[in-house]
Design a protein around this ligand. Sequence first.
Ligand code: NAD
Ligand code: WQD
Length: 339
Amino acid sequence: MKVLVTGGLGFIGSHTVVELQQKGYEVLIVDNLSNSTLEVLEGIKKITGKKPSFEKIDLRRKLQINDLFKKHPDIKGVIHFAASKAVGESVDKPLHYYENNLASLIFLLQEMQERQIKNFIFSSSCTVYGEPDILPVTEQAPIKPALSPYGNTKQIGEEIIRDTVKASSNIKAIALRYFNPIGAHPSGDIGELPRGIPQNLVPFVTQTAAGIRAELSVYGNDYPTPDGTAIRDYIHVMDLAKSHVIALERLFKQQQKNNFEVFNIGTGYGTSVMDIIKTFEKVTGLSLKYKIVGRRPGDVVAVWADTKLASKELGWKAEFGLEDALRDAWNWQQRLLLK
Ligand code: NAD
Ligand code: WQD
């Protein structure tokens, strides 16, 4: 069964490709290499023994997508990861974000509709909840006005899919709202490749421990949380990867309750920035240099997932713990240093 994985050379996409291949799926990756490299294909091959098919395509180009589907008429499902994801950059370049994240989505759905390809999985984000009123946050929580153009692309993306599914009897979709993905494949053969200075916490932690960054800035310790630092739900990327295969199989087996479903994909546990630092120090035996600085504008205080729906409907729950995720992130960082 052939599955198209857009953005399949990226962080979450590459780990999902590994899971798909290990489950026997034939994977076709498309990526424009804007935030990834071809080396990832070798990493995937090292783990699974098989190099996935790859086409370098920019999903903002409708004709390229059209050619792709003509060349591969046997695609049975699409997992759509490709997007730009830097929240701060999206504030400076909103049009790039709206074009890249939404034009690609529209073109893919048009092509699927035309060719009667039914099964679609979309990368959404906990960012759609903003600062939730009730924790843990459920899928029924209100969608708050987006805090960034990036966040808005995820909200609009979900709406585009909802309307498309309603209008077309063909397409069935699942949006997975990821919380904070971290870690790497335990082998250290694939992982996250942040460009420039990492904006996300864990890559900044591992680069600081590796001596690439002088020290970590902890953005605020005056939040109304037990230790004053902000709380998130950090999920191992391999657990996240597995949820995609399960969601896709739910569509293949026609087990969905309606034609557009949304699931939180997190651990269900909240972890503070200080917890991350302490756990990282514990699993690595290193001492991390950090300083407390002011809050980062736009950050929410606390968000973690209610995972009951994913557990009930998908039969999925996170299996790796925070220690595993931080150990694997550090293992990957050390492999990068050797390259
Ligand atoms: P990533 O940047 O590592 O991967 C995205 C991949 O898409 C990259 O390989 C990039 O080259 C490719 N790409 C981007 N634009 C493209 C285009 N126009 N045509 C073809 N390829 C294109 O990001 P990731 O962390 O793996 O995120 C994957 C998805 O999950 C994204 O949609 C992101 O918004 C979403 N998401 C990520 C996080 C997170 O914290 N990493 C959290 C929630 C949701
Ligand atoms: C985590 C915590 C920071 C860096 C972002 C996107 C969100 C989603 C996931 C895509 C926060 C603190 C961070 C640092 C720090 N992505 N921090 N020092 O902000 O929860 O979510 O990624 O959909 O949309 O906004 O993740 O890793 O940036 O931050 O103290 O150098 O770590 O303040 O509390 P965030 P993050």
